[in-house]
Structures are given as C-alpha cells and as structure tokens.
Design a protein around this ligand. Sequence first.
Ligand SMILES: [Zn+2]
Length: 388
Amino acid sequence: MSGDFECDLLIRGAQVFDGSGEDPKIADIAVAGGRIVRIGSDLSLSSREVVEASGYALAPGFIDVHTHDDAAAIVRETILPKLSQGVTTVVTGNCGISLGPSPLSRRNVPVPPLDLIATAEEYRYQSFGDFLDALRRAGPAVNVVPLVGHTVLRARAVEDLTGPASAAEIAAMRSDLAAALEQGAIGLSAGLAYPPAKATATEELLALVTDVANAGRLWTTHRRDEHTAVVSAVAETIDIARRSGARTLISHHKCCGEAAFGLSRTTLAMIEAARQKIRLDIDVYPFTASSTVLIENFAQDSRKVTVSWSDSHPEMAGRDLEEVAAGWGVDQMTALKRLKPGGAIYHQMDDDDLERILSWPPSLVGSDGLPRDRRPHPRLWGTFPRVL
Ligand SMILES: [Zn+2]
C-alpha cells in the first residue's frame, strides 16, 4: 500500500505503448497497490519510488502465446528467459504436451515428444488440478494460462499410439478432458505431427474439440503437417474449427523444407477467407529454424541440423549433426538414431514465408521456446527482442 505517499511508483516521461495499437504517447504512469491508478502528463503525485523514463519505451507485459513452460513456471529461476524479454504471461501446454494429468498411467517413460518438457519424475501430477495446485504453491513469477495436451490424454487412454483410438479410448479421453476443463484448463492443444498423435483420426479430434467448444474454450493445433502437405493440414484445421464451432489457434504457422517454400501465400489466403466465418488465429516465432525432438523426416528436410540435447550423448549438445556423423564415421540418419532420445534445431524455412506470416496483421507472437534443452534454440530467450 502507499502509506504516506499517494502512489508506490511513478514512472515519468516514458513513451507509452498501451497495447491498443495506437501511436505511442509521452506520459507519466502512477502505480499503487500493484495497479496502475493514473496515466497522464506531468502527474504531480508523491511517490515512494520515482523512475525518470524519458527516452525509454513503456508497454504492458508481453504475452507469450505459445510456450512449453509448464515445468519452468514451477521452478522460478527457469522462467528468466521470459521475464528478461518483458513477458509477464505465458500460455503453457502447447503442441499436445502438458505437465498434467500424468501420461505415465500406461507407460513408465514419457514417449517423445512428451519428454521435451519434463522427465518421468517431473510428470508426477495425477490430475490437471494437481498440476495447477503445484503451480499455485510455487507462485510463479509470470501469469500462466494453461492448456491440456491431447497427446497426454492419448498416452493415458490409448493402448496402441500408432493407430486410431477406439470408441472406448475416445470416451476415456473425453472424460479426462472434461475433468481438466473443469479444473481450470483454458482449452486443448494438439500435436498431430508427432508419432504418438499422427494416427489420430479427424473424428477423434472432432469429438474432443466439440467438447472444448461446448465448454466455451479454445483449441490450439500443431497441425498434422508443416511440410509439403501444409495446405491440406490447414484445410483439416479449418474443417474441424467449422464443424465443432470451437475457437481455433494454429500454432507456429510455418512451411518447412524447400518443396514447401512459398506455400504460406496459399495458407494465409485460406485462413483469411475462413476468418470471415469462424474464429481462427495463428501464432508464429521469428526464426527460420524450428526445434523439437530428433525426428528423421525433420532432419531430411533441413539445410542444417544442430543437436540441442541428447540423453545418450549429452556431450554432443550444440554440435551440428553433420559433424557428429562425420566424427563417428556414419551417415547422418544413423547418427540421429544414436543420439535419441534428444532434440535438435532444424534450419528448414524460407525468409520470405517467415516475413509474410510475421507481417500479417492478425499474427500473434509465441516463442515455442524449450526451457529444458541443454543448448536451446534462441527463440527461448530472444523471440520478443527479435520481433521488436
Ligand atoms: Zn509444436
């Protein structure tokens, strides 16, 4: 509280960007009790602390709409990559991967890509609510907006992850989803490009996304394909969005591999047309390299692959796959197999596509950073400065 002062903090003369998209204005801002109480020019208020901010820009905290910070938000220090960029809100649980409920009810280890965000010991929350309780106890340094992951629900319910789910398995996923939404999940995320979710039938997803729509929440999707089949993957997303009525967010929109370069012209036109009738958004990170677990077809479509972590060969983190393979006297695919489980950075996009997607006015910015990586993709620490 302010005590003898009229406010706790007075920031003077900053160039204020208020988040509305309007031109910035030079203004003073007064804060009391943790809230902005006055905005104006030449405020004459007594303040516990005064910051002379002439020559500086001032903006609301940024929202990182696409993160894998589920575990990082519980361990305060590891959220530094976000705080240091001015991010004060993170959306967690993306790409089908969330820390709760535990995906280990049928298996002892998290199947890739679930190992991107946490170890088996860290996947200890039996329900989504248990994860949220742990988050509240930890008191994270950022606001957390949590999604529940479809791949996690699948790993709990589906016997054979390489095939479509049975009616009973879909019913089990719907029951877990209902519980998570009830306990506080803001929606569902899908990661259809990854092996444990690749066999998901459109109807399986539609059943879950319809539940999301009925609960008034949203779903986000790392689509089935971001390479040459990116156009049909966008069409499937639009189809599910239209049939379910759910608010939809396409995650990290991109076109990977030389054969897909330029397809963002088509996909953005499709998305723009669909937005006339449905609530559809996209997010994007400002780099032409992606990063995820070690996957053969990602490596095959890349100009260069850099190892970001490897449980079997931790010493190779930070080195290029080509160099690792040459050192071992094997081809790159053999080296990739030996490095598993692990992750990599894939240089596989085109500047023109990135520029087109990033400069499209409705695009949201999401880092997709991976805080668990030994040698992380720079998007973890550098997304927001790079956009600015
Ligand atoms: Zn993803």
